[in-house]
Ligand binder design. Structure first.
Ligand SMILES: [Zn+2]
Length: 99
């Protein structure tokens, strides 16, 4: 039974990386240790059109900002405006602002 190389515990979801077997938990610990910044979803102050929600989503999933905006507008129209507009307002309220 393979154990985690890092915490030496028998855990589910073991991941093998460069000949090391580590668990999900240790991956996160190790990632923080080497300064891998976990991207968190945020609104963008720079380059925003309305509240920066689309720009934030685009950067988070690494796609073009305009693609997200077009997709957002299309979805808004197709869902009858309200669901997406409410989502946008909620995201505007809850997401932290980043430059
Ligand atoms: Zn571990």
């Amino acid at each position: 039974m393979p154990n985690c190389d890092h915490c030496h515990q028998d855990r589910p979801n073991l991941i093998t990386l460069a000949e090391h077997t580590v668990c999900q938990n240790c991956i996160e610990v190790l990632a923080q240790g080497v300064g891998v910044k976990k991207r968190r979803l945020s609104r963008k102050r720079v380059g925003k059109q309305i509240a920066g929600v689309c720009a934030g989503i685009a950067d988070h999933v690494e796609v073009d900002r305009d693609t997200v905006r077009v997709l957002f507008i299309v979805l808004t129209v197709f869902t009858g405006f309200l669901p997406l507009l409410i989502s946008y307002a909620v995201l505007t309220y809850f997401l932290p602002i980043e430059d």
